[in-house]
Design a protein around this ligand. Sequence first.
Ligand code: ADP
Ligand code: MG
Length: 279
Amino acid sequence: MFEQPLLQVKNVTKKYGAGCQKCAALHSEVMIKNYCPVCRTVYACRDVSFDLYSGEILGIVGESGSGKSTLMQCLYFDLETSSGEVYMESSEWQGENLFYLSAKQKRSIRNSKFGMVYQNPIHGLKMEYSAISNIGEKLIAAGNRNVKEMESIGNTLFREVEIPLFRSKEKPLHFSGGMQQRVQIAKALSNNPPILFLDEITTGLDLSVQANVLDVIKNIQVEYGVSMIVVSHDLAVIRMLADRTLVMLDGQVIEKGLTDQILEDPQHHFTQQLVYSLI
Ligand code: ADP
Ligand code: MG
């Protein structure tokens, strides 16, 4: 691929604690998984680097606690990153490390360039607002003031994610889990962002509902050409969606490549376990 990556992520680290000389080296011997018993620092994610290309779906797979959500939250500016860089192509911030931008600039990027779908819809939706108001809220945050237009965008998106329009004035609180996730997806898409973060969005849903949400994601990717980072502990989900995949363990990336290659010829013993458990 010769094109420039849309998003370049370099050496992102999020640690809880100050760190010490014993755990300063990346593959330090004292570490117990992501934890330094000497200074009690947790490296929730450590030295993570990757590129995201335009229109691709990048998968991130790893067991619970491997740092996937932390990484997503750092990239979406929910969390303050300890160190690292992130660059976005073709934006007014091109060439600038986005982590160094002001809170206001970060808010603007969240509202216009990024969409986030959380594992728990409580984090992505206002449960007491109607479904359509949730879309409105995001559009207003991005500067839209035209009610008719917002309603029309909302209805188009609901059609896309298969929310019956007659339910658009209801609160997501009263929706099923799968429907709540579909409203979250619609909300994340409402400003037509080039980049979507999806964190374990089908975890906890029934298999048939899972399949439906994944179908919605695939259709959206084709139709909107949006780049996505899809996080899951479940390799089956990643296999269904992702062109390329990173495997995380204890906060670090232990393997990366084309999803097909990783499935056919996993290198790290942890990845091998993941792959064999699929069969
Ligand atoms: P995943 O999403 O892959 O399950 P997380 O990103 O949620 O993993 O968590 C990564 C690691 O960071 C876990 O070991 C978790 O316990 C730790 N962690 C998360 N938040 C904190 C915190 N506030 N203080 C200390 N450790 C934390
Ligand atoms: Mg998580």
